[in-house]
Design a protein around this ligand. Structure first.
Ligand SMILES: *Cc1c(COP(=O)(O)O)cnc(C)c1O
Length: 373
């Protein structure tokens, strides 16, 4: 699905030098590169505070911890997402309240949010799924009206841009109260291990996030609140600092792959290509189509026999996961989510794809569909 080796070869000398320098200086924890990367990311995003942490799941957990919620408080979130988004809600003894997504963008449906709000609702966690922003103007309007916090899960959408009603443009993750991202190797800005970050424009939230990620302390050995230990390794920060400079090129390369797929599938009625919203750019963390009238499992095996990987993100929605059994939501009526889990399929997309690979992949997909439709 991704080709991280070829990408590495292009920046190898710089990356190797940066890693060796961290090792030679033995600055493994909170070395200067962490702060340098944090500052670079703040300017790239146009956000006041970036707080690096150990991974994207921690970012989401710490963000919710920073909101001072009480056990039993409700958090609205899509069920059609990677499990981390919803898992941290339950982990903190909060209640995940699942809302359906839109059939074209696969992101949370703002028109379904208000009916899910109760007196216990405290936050909304929209997910910018596959690399395109959820409808943030609509979500923020609802949040303001009901005095709710907004935590953006932007693990798949770093670099995406959202155009507001007034024409101003924001980077994904900088519109809500807190944005959370992941630097997992296969993410659009991936390091060579685990990594994550939180963003905010609010100085009070920024100091809370920083404190919680550091054992609840501001002054060493004085622990004001229960926190955790969540740091971005210096080696990872050194790598990310180099890769951040290429992020826009990486996004453009992904978009080119998506354009190729879109063109190739334009006359194939059994494939609905990903919608491109006018309000948000798409950075194509995944290229995910909807299949209509096609045996998905058979297509996956056919492609696999020809050396072509494909993935179902996600086959089982959160509300049907065993971990949420105690919430009794497995039969909740989320028609779009339930249908999407049977229809979606993601094809390989990364920064190093060659024309020849794309021709080979699309030729086989189309051949299967035309002979099995
Ligand atoms: C990857 C991902 C996460 C979690 O990131 P990790 O760094 O793997 O913990 C959270 N949410 C979404 C939508 C993701 O894709």
């Amino acid at each position: 699905m991704v080709d991280l080796q070829t990408q590495y070869q292009k920046i190898k000398s710089e990356v190797d030098e940066a890693i060796i320098s961290v090792i030679e200086n033995a600055n493994f924890i909170n070395g200067p590169e962490v702060n340098q990367f944090k500052t670079d990311l703040e300017s790239y995003l146009g956000v006041k505070y970036v707080i690096p942490c150990a991974n994207g799941t921690d970012a989401l957990q710490i963000a919710l911890m920073a909101l001072d919620l009480k056990p039993g408080d409700e958090v609205i979130t899509p069920s059609f997402t990677y499990i981390a988004t919803t898992e941290v809600i339950a982990l903190l003894n909060l209640v995940p309240v699942f809302v359906d997504v839109l059939p074209d963008t696969y992101c949370i449906d703002p028109s379904k949010i208000e009916e899910a709000i109760t007196s216990r609702t405290k936050a909304i966690v929209p997910v910018h799924l596959y690399g395109q922003c959820a409808d943030m103007d609509a979500i923020i309007d609802i949040a303001k009206k009901h005095n709710l916090a907004v935590v953006e899960d932007t693990a798949q959408a770093i670099g995406a841009e959202y155009t507001h009603k007034d024409g101003s443009v924001s980077k994904a993750g900088t519109m809500g109260d807190i944005g959370c991202t992941s630097f997992f190797p296969s993410k659009n800005l991936g390091c060579y291990g685990d990594g994550g970050a939180m963003y905010t424009n609010d100085s009070h939230l920024a100091s809370n996030l920083k404190k919680i990620a550091n054992h609840g302390q501001v002054i060493k050995y004085h622990h004001e609140v229960v926190g955790c230990n969540s740091r971005l390794d210096t080696i990872q920060a050194a790598i990310l600092k180099i890769k951040l400079r290429d992020l826009d090129n990486y996004c453009a390369a992904r978009r080119k792959v998506a354009d190729f797929y879109d063109n190739a599938f334009a006359s194939i009625p059994q494939i609905t290509v990903p919608a491109r919203e006018s309000k948000s750019t798409h950075v194509f963390h995944q290229y995910t189509v909807k299949l209509n009238g096609i045996d998905r499992e058979a297509l996956v095996s056919y492609l696999s026999e020809h050396g072509i990987p494909s993935m179902i993100y996600y086959p089982l929605p959160a509300h049907k996961q065993g971990m949420f059994k105690s919430f009794g939501k497995e039969n909740q009526d989320l028609p779009v989510t339930n249908l999407l889990t049977t229809q979606v399929l993601s094809f390989p997309i990364h920064t190093e794809m060659e024309q020849e690979q794309l021709e080979y992949i699309t030729k086989h997909i189309i051949h299967f569909i035309q002979t099995n439709a």
